[in-house]
Ligand binder design. Structure first.
Ligand code: NAD
Ligand code: DAU
Length: 357
């Protein structure tokens, strides 16, 4: 892999992945990456080029940003030719379930059609492209009852337009393996948290609201379960799949860290009370407000990650307690980043859809 195309690198996981991969070379690790990264991002409300603004200076000649839409076939074809792309790591997506419920169009466009275009280009350049890694989600499996786990063999049963569009893209990726022998791998991961996550998702939204003394909206009864994974653990898993995963295979990635939403929110309230006590606000737990449930809200996600553990010797390194502390510290220390991503296009959308929040 000399010229790695990363799509959606200005989003949450893509940013952490690019930072992780380039830093591997610095630490001289055995599994390092010595090539260059070409990050293609459309810069939707969720993409922020500032996330990686130090990369070109820190790693001269090893990082390039190109502003483009993966649905723009001629533009993507030119990028793949101009940079002699020989591997693809595909993150770009519309990623927020709540948005997919109010405006599903962009989800079908980017997640299904965008992925299809990339697969077509990989097929056209199959002599040069040695790996196409597709990043997906555990949401494609639908909802679990109180028992059991998602394995790589669990049938797909998506509930939201977001998860249905991701399921569609996963099926296309597998079909391109079976039909055209494309060198694909997939990973389906549980809920990530960590630095650079857009503050519409549960953890960063609650951190910022709790700090500001604003209401903490918990959907339904707050007993829905998610399986949390620190983002850098996900990035290591992706790189392990990209370097050692078998073509045509899917690897489930999860934190073995099931938590009910209400427990996550209460834990965050307590940490923030400890870090920045505020007499006026008092206990942040009082800010918790149960609100109308998300339509089609999946009750429980839990990943069985035995395959990646055994085959690729991957395991999460961060505990939820240490990961959450780090994440809260990052948001407290990066107020300018928060202001930047919450302004402009994002604010306009929130005003239009919800009359602000
Ligand atoms: P994100 O919303 O933070 O970032 C998405 C990025 O893709 C943004 O930079 C955005 O500008 C870019 N993008 C969107 N449409 C594009 C287009 N048409 N062309 C080019 N770029 C485009 O998302 P994330 O949380 O970083 O998720 C990244 C990937 O990981 C997604 O495929 C998502 O389905 C998957 N995933 C996310 C999680 C999670 O917990 N966040 C868990 C499992 C899998
Ligand atoms: O499981 C992987 C998925 O995790 C990814 O594929 C998605 O891209 C990512 O957004 C995430 O999806 P969720 O819907 O699980 O994440 P979200 O942060 O939106 O919500 C987490 C849980 O918290 C969910 O049960 C809904 C609940 N929630 C969320 C928000 C934003 C609330 O109770 N209140 C909120 O305000």
């Amino acid at each position: 892999m000399n010229n790695l195309l990363v799509t959606g690198g200005c989003g949450f996981i893509g940013t952490n992945f690019i930072r992780y991969l380039l830093s591997l070379a610095e630490s001289g690790g055995k599994q390092g990456f010595s090539g260059r990264i070409i990050n293609v991002d459309k810069l939707t409300y969720a993409g922020n080029p500032d996330n990686l603004s130090d990369m070109e200076a820190r790693y001269p000649g090893r990082y390039h940003f190109v502003h483009a839409d993966i649905c723009d076939l001629p533009a993507m074809e030119k990028i793949i030719d101009d940079f002699s792309i020989d591997a693809i790591c595909h993150f770009a997506a519309e990623s927020h379930v709540d948005r997919s419920i109010v405006a599903p169009d962009a989800f079908v466009q980017t997640n299904v059609i965008g992925t299809f275009h990339l697969l077509e280009l990989a097929r056209k350049n199959s002599k040069r492209i040695e790996r196409f890694h597709h990043i997906s989600t555990d949401e494609v499996f639908g909802s679990l009852g109180e028992q059991g786990f998602f394995t790589e063999k669990t049938p797909y049963d998506p509930s939201s337009p977001y998860s249905a569009s991701k399921a569609g893209s996963d099926h296309l990726v597998r079909a391109y393996r079976r039909t055209y022998d494309l060198p694909v791998t997939l990973s389906n991961c549980s809920n990530n948290y960590g630095p650079y996550q857009f503050p519409e998702k549960l953890i960063p939204l609650m951190i910022l609201n709790a700090v500001a003394g604003q209401s903490l909206p918990v959907y339904g009864d707050g007993r829905n379960v998610r399986d949390w994974l620190y983002v850098e653990d996900h990035c290591r898993a992706i790189w392990q799949v990209m370097t050692a995963g078998r073509f045509g295979e899917t690897y489930n990635v999860g934190g073995r860290c099931e938590m009910q939403n209400i427990d996550v929110v209460e834990k965050m309230c307590d940490i923030i009370d400890r870090k920045i006590p505020d007499k006026k606000i008092g206990s942040r737990r009082q800010l918790i407000t149960f609100v109308k449930d998300r339509p089609g809200h999946d009750r429980r996600y839990a990943i069985d990650c035995a395959k990646i553990e055994k085959e690729l010797r991957w395991q999460p390194q961060e505990s939820f307690d240490t990961g959450l502390e780090k994440t809260i510290d990052w948001y407290l220390q990066n107020k300018a980043w928060v202001q930047r991503v919450q302004s402009g296009e994002y604010q306009q959308w929130m005003d239009q859809q919800y009359g602000g929040r």
